[in-house]
Design a protein around this ligand. Structure first.
Ligand SMILES: Cc1cc2nc3c(=O)[nH]c(=O)nc-3n(C[C@H](O)[C@H](O)[C@H](O)COP(=O)(O)OP(=O)(O)OC[C@H]3O[C@@H](n4cnc5c(N)ncnc54)[C@H](O)[C@@H]3O)c2cc1C
Length: 390
């Protein structure tokens, strides 16, 4: 296909064996990294323990939120601008619909971290937005039931990514560009030598000059504790909209609500599977292989209360749920860059529950770094080095 011929630069790692790069994990990060490495002409092997879009990691399900006025930290905004562009490029190359702009409503108290953070980021990077009182927001977006203590910020540069379609798009384009994806094969360990990294898998050994770890919540195990990571269980729910258009985009935007300090809920309008609503963080921490997968009434209770209060027109009995994993760092920022003391190994992960939207640009950055090029963006605040203790 023309794409791979156009962008391949054979010879970058000539004479070093079968693979130029090995990527561990085929969630959205690993799939994007693999695709971007293959586009650069690197012979890339992706090794994934389970199947594509399996339900035990962090990237499965229909949708994820994407937005620009990033309340968490304005330093993400240049990355997000490129992420939007590169999602569009992946859409057009793959012919798949990956992005749906719905607009986004951020709701909280005017002195709360969410509203203050959105306004600070929007001002710093001139992101178009509108500030609305609770009443104005509710009159415009009739899905929501807000009381007067709330304020809202509406941004039109927000919407939804189709999650599993996105992973499939990266795998499809990566394969066309020459990458090999191996599923149902587990990486058991790795060892860096002078010029290469040897990877031991459940089916044998592979060697390459570069290893990129995109193992999500399992990165901690592959890093032997070199970076402090915690796996957190999350449970999103879906509620029936009963076919009412106030719960359907564009009448209902994606939203994040700071219900009270440190208590955040978010949601995605009806797109054929019900309205998605979840509480963010507050889940059990533990070993990713021992996560409790059954969903209980206790999991549902706070979300049902939230729906009854803030999305009062919805029936608050969920019609579906799933479990999903956050991989948290102590500062809740990602970890992207070479492993301290081992430049042949790049880590891309620990997205702390907000990484999906960045996968398109993180794939480009990781591929740049692995090919010995500059990242192309300021990612110093995401460096694994920040956790170095000595
Ligand atoms: C409920 C929920 C809602 C979210 N909502 C949003 C949102 O709205 N917007 C947003 O931007 N982000 C969101 N996120 C975060 C986002 O989904 C994640 O940051 C992202 O999916 C992480 O992708 P990943 O590739 O790093 O991890 P994963 O998808 O978990 O992929 C890691 C892969 O590595 C594989 N693996 C692990 N160990 C090995 C091994 N030893 N050998 C081989 N393979 C291995 C695993 O099987 C897995 O497939 C949400 C996350 C959750 C859980």
């Amino acid at each position: 296909m023309a794409l791979s011929q156009e962008v391949r630069r054979p010879g970058l790692f000539n004479g070093r064996g079968r693979w130029d790069a090995i990527v561990v994990g085929c969630g959205v990060m690993g799939a994007s990294v693999t695709y971007n490495l293959a586009r650069k002409g690197l012979r890339t092997l992706n090794i994934e323990r389970f199947g594509v879009n399996h339900e035990l990691g962090s990237s499965h399900g229909q949708t994820r939120i994407i937005r620009l006025a990033y309340y968490e930290d304005a330093r993400y905004i240049p990355l997000l601008r490129r992420a939007f562009e590169s999602w569009r490029e992946v859409e057009s190359r793959s012919g798949k619909k990956l992005l749906l702009m719905t607009g986004g409503l951020m709701v909280g108290r005017s002195d709360g971290a969410l509203v203050k953070g959105v306004l600070k980021s929007a001002a710093a990077h001139e992101v178009p937005h509108e500030v609305l009182s609770a009443r104005e927001a509710q009159d415009r977006f009739r899905a929501f039931s807000l009381t007067d203590e709330f304020e809202a910020v509406y941004e039109r540069n927000a919407g939804v990514l189709f999650a599993e379609e996105s992973v499939r798009a990266f795998v499809g384009l990566g394969s066309e560009a020459g990458a090999e994806f191996r599923f149902s094969e587990e990486v058991r360990g790795w060892k860096a030598g002078a010029d290469s990294v040897e990877v031991e898998t459940s089916l044998g050994r592979q060697t390459a000059p570069r290893l990129i770890l995109c193992a999500g919540a399992w990165n901690g195990r592959l890093l032997g504790g070199a970076i402090p990571l915690q796996c957190e269980r999350q449970v999103p729910f879906w509620f029936s909209s009963g076919g009412r258009d106030v719960f359907t985009a564009p009448k209902m935007p994606i939203f994040i609500m700071e219900e009270k300090a440190d208590s955040y809920y978010y949601g995605i309008p009806e797109l054929g599977h019900g309205v998605k609503v979840a509480r963010t963080h507050g889940g059990e921490m533990g070993d990713p292989d021992k996560v409790r997968r059954e969903v209980t009434d206790e999991d549902a209770a706070p979300v049902r209360d939230f729906v009854a209060k803030r999305l009062a027109g919805l029936d608050n009995v969920p019609i579906a749920s799933t479990t999903c994993l956050y991989t948290n760092t102590p500062d809740l920022n990602f970890v992207v860059g070479p492993l301290p003391g081992e430049p042949k190994v790049t880590v891309v992960s620990a997205c702390s529950g907000h990484g999906f939207k960045f996968a398109s640009v993180m794939g480009e950055i990781a591929a740049n770094l692995s090919a010995g090029e500059k990242a192309g963006y300021d990612i110093a605040f995401l460096s694994p080095d920040r956790f170095r203790t000595k």
